[in-house]
Ligand binder design. Structure first.
Ligand code: FAD
Length: 117
């Protein structure tokens, strides 16, 4: 049986991976509907995240730093910054957000090209 701390860290890793990948693949020029979808995803993520303290803390961060959904870049950089706020809270090192789009590739570039056609 893994320790609670290990399980909590694994869940955090997986959750952040999906979170940043979604933001780094979000449209460059989102429609208002796509912006609403992203806001709904982020809000729901904060509400259902299965670690009470984490979810409460994250919901407070969202109030202080509202999600930025105007473009892929602003969304991804915003996500990087809120993760850095959590890092700060946990005394983890600050992450360099300048390459955030390159750092989170979904491996679905081909699909994006097709979807644009
Ligand atoms: P993680 O923070 O899990 O990061 C995974 C990887 O993402 C890192 O190895 C790095 O490559 C990359 N990364 C790091 N920072 C960034 C960034 N700013 N932007 C992009 N990529 C980055 N744990 C608690 O104990 N208490 C809490 O209150 C808490 N709140 C959380 C709230 C949320 C919404 C989530 C998703 C997780 C929370 N966690 C919390 C878990 C915690 O954030 C970590 O996931 C966990 O401690 C494991 O940390 P880690 O060092 O493996 O790296």
């Amino acid at each position: 049986q893994m320790t609670n701390e290990t399980l909590k860290a694994e869940l955090g890793n997986a959750a952040w991976k999906l979170f940043h990948t979604i933001l780094a693949r979000y449209p460059d020029e989102p429609t208002s509907e796509q912006q609403t979808h992203l806001i709904n995803y982020i809000t729901s993520f904060a509400q259902v995240y299965p670690c009470g303290d984490c979810a409460r803390h994250f919901a407070k961060l969202l109030e202080k730093y509202p999600p930025q959904t105007k473009s892929r870049k602003t969304a991804a950089v915003w996500g990087c910054h809120v993760h850095n706020k959590v890092n700060e809270h946990l005394k983890k090192p600050d992450y360099d957000c300048s390459h955030i789009l390159e750092d989170y590739d979904c491996g679905c570039g081909e699909d994006e090209v097709k979807a644009d056609k």
